[in-house]
Design a protein around this ligand. Sequence first.
Ligand SMILES: Cc1cc2nc3c(=O)[nH]c(=O)nc-3n(C[C@H](O)[C@H](O)[C@H](O)COP(=O)(O)OP(=O)(O)OC[C@H]3O[C@@H](n4cnc5c(N)ncnc54)[C@H](O)[C@@H]3O)c2cc1C
Length: 578
Amino acid sequence: MDEIVDGLSEVSCDVLVIGGGTAGPMAALKAKAKNPKANVILLEKANVKRSGAISMGMDGLNNAVVPGYATPEQYTKEITIANDGIVDQKPVYKYAQKCYSIIEELDSFGIRFLKNENGDFAVKKVHHIGTYVLPMPNGETVKKALYRQLRRARILISNRYMATRLLTASDGRVAGAIAVNTRTAEFLVLKAKAVILCMGAAGRLGLPTSGYMFGTYENAANSGDGYAMAYHAGAALANLECFQINPLIKDYNGPACAYVAGPFGAYTANNEGSRFIECDYWSGQMMLEFFNELQSGKGPVFLKLNHLHENTIKEIETTLHKVERPTRGLFHEGRSTDYRREMIEMHISEIGFCSGHSASGVFVDEFARTTVPGLYAAGDMASVPHNYMLGAFTNGSVAGEDAMTYAENVDFAEFDAADVAKEQARVLAPTKREDGIPPNQIEYKARRLVNDYFQPPKVTRKFEIGQKRLGEVREDMEQSMMARNAHELLRALETASILDCADMAAHASLYRTESRWGLYHLRTDHPEKNNDDWFCHTLLSKKDGRMASEKRAVQPYVVPIAEDEKDLYDKQRVRASA
Ligand SMILES: Cc1cc2nc3c(=O)[nH]c(=O)nc-3n(C[C@H](O)[C@H](O)[C@H](O)COP(=O)(O)OP(=O)(O)OC[C@H]3O[C@@H](n4cnc5c(N)ncnc54)[C@H](O)[C@@H]3O)c2cc1C
């Protein structure tokens, strides 16, 4: 199976896009549209036809700023408040201004959105303040429609290549990337003038409580390679302590999903069937109330639909069971759970990094530029908070256009051939061992430690012990991990990314000595929010070969937030009324 083949080839292009899920295809399309004569390569670990978070489709756009429902200013304000104020508003505001044109473009690709009888987009309210959720009743077609556009634009697609490291020049510019074929282990060196990272969330960081290593909330191929690659190339990563933690269906580990069912009257309830949070939009504060309810003895927490009319439930099932995760219907069938009869048990997910749902990502500005010249990032792995699928499309488009402009104005940066040899040696080391530990065991151990020590509430002592234990796992990985074929080699490389992300999660969490973002960064030793010292971003990067964190001031707001609006997301708990 998947024999390891010796080989190395080299290609060059103007713009290299890594990750062909959501942001990547849009980045490639826009780069090519900007300069049809230029070479654009879209590199994907799996197959672009069915890869990434949207591989099976999507229920809706979680954050659509549609004229008549919301303004870019209102959206920017909502996301700033939802994120405890730690937001550089420029990228969020730019997204809010641009995303409607992207919706129209997606509509023209054949991806249909819910419309009312007048043919206008029918947007629903789920957020705490504004109205931003645009359902996609035929959202299962999203990947097919995207792929058609890639073929039409003649984008060069390299499937089954896993990028492992970025190449940089002595002046710090990006020079390309190194990738390994996931079926043969042959190397590919890609020289590029600009590189766009679109490799999704770090979704295999914690272990799902169901015990299935790949039963993650996130697309399981998103093992944090993008975060690790950016780190090793010297890019800064922002707010990694702001973990992603989601309210999911217990054991299924998919979204419950109040965004679809909420507008129909469903809600999150405790074991008495009572609503305890005012708003089901995912935020750190909402997750904290969820956690508190579990601690209070009123858990488990449930998604409640059994008060709804049969016709309403049928309509919800049509979307929830068929569009985004078609396995959901099968799950309920297997368990004999029926929305009509009972509430659906939920739980708190494993941790991860993801800007799509929280704010942890490779630092980018409003042009999707990272701190490494020529290197861009978009989607779940870039630092624009709460940007979800439409953010991936929109910021992917921003990245594609800006990267092509950059590429048009520079020559290829020169990298040191020794860097390629060094990376080959690192990658192939597990294949040179006759005996050792298989990657899945190292991965399991690392992720179990992440759950044991890093799942919030965060305890300093636990983090310190976790760091030590992970150091031992790293030693095992570097000295004893063994891969017998190309498939195991892929898993071995993913394990290295997971360990890098776990180390970064711990380092960033210990650096911020306060609590913020509800459950996402709840530190028992520093339980209060401390705006005097910590109303800032944190940036983590590799300095002199070591992990280092620093503060970065929040940039002046483009949309002012009034004093009495700042804590609106803190007021989530349903208050008892007389
Ligand atoms: C279960 C679930 C439900 C969601 N529901 C909604 C919803 O209803 N509405 C909404 O707006 N948003 C939703 N989201 C969020 C949305 O799907 C994501 O924000 C968005 O799709 C992220 O796009 P991306 O391009 O960053 O990542 P992805 O689309 O995941 O793409 C990342 C790609 O990178 C590839 N890759 C990873 N590592 C490498 C490597 N080393 N080399 C090469 N390729 C690599 C992966 O294979 C993948 O194809 C949901 C997410 C999940 C997980």
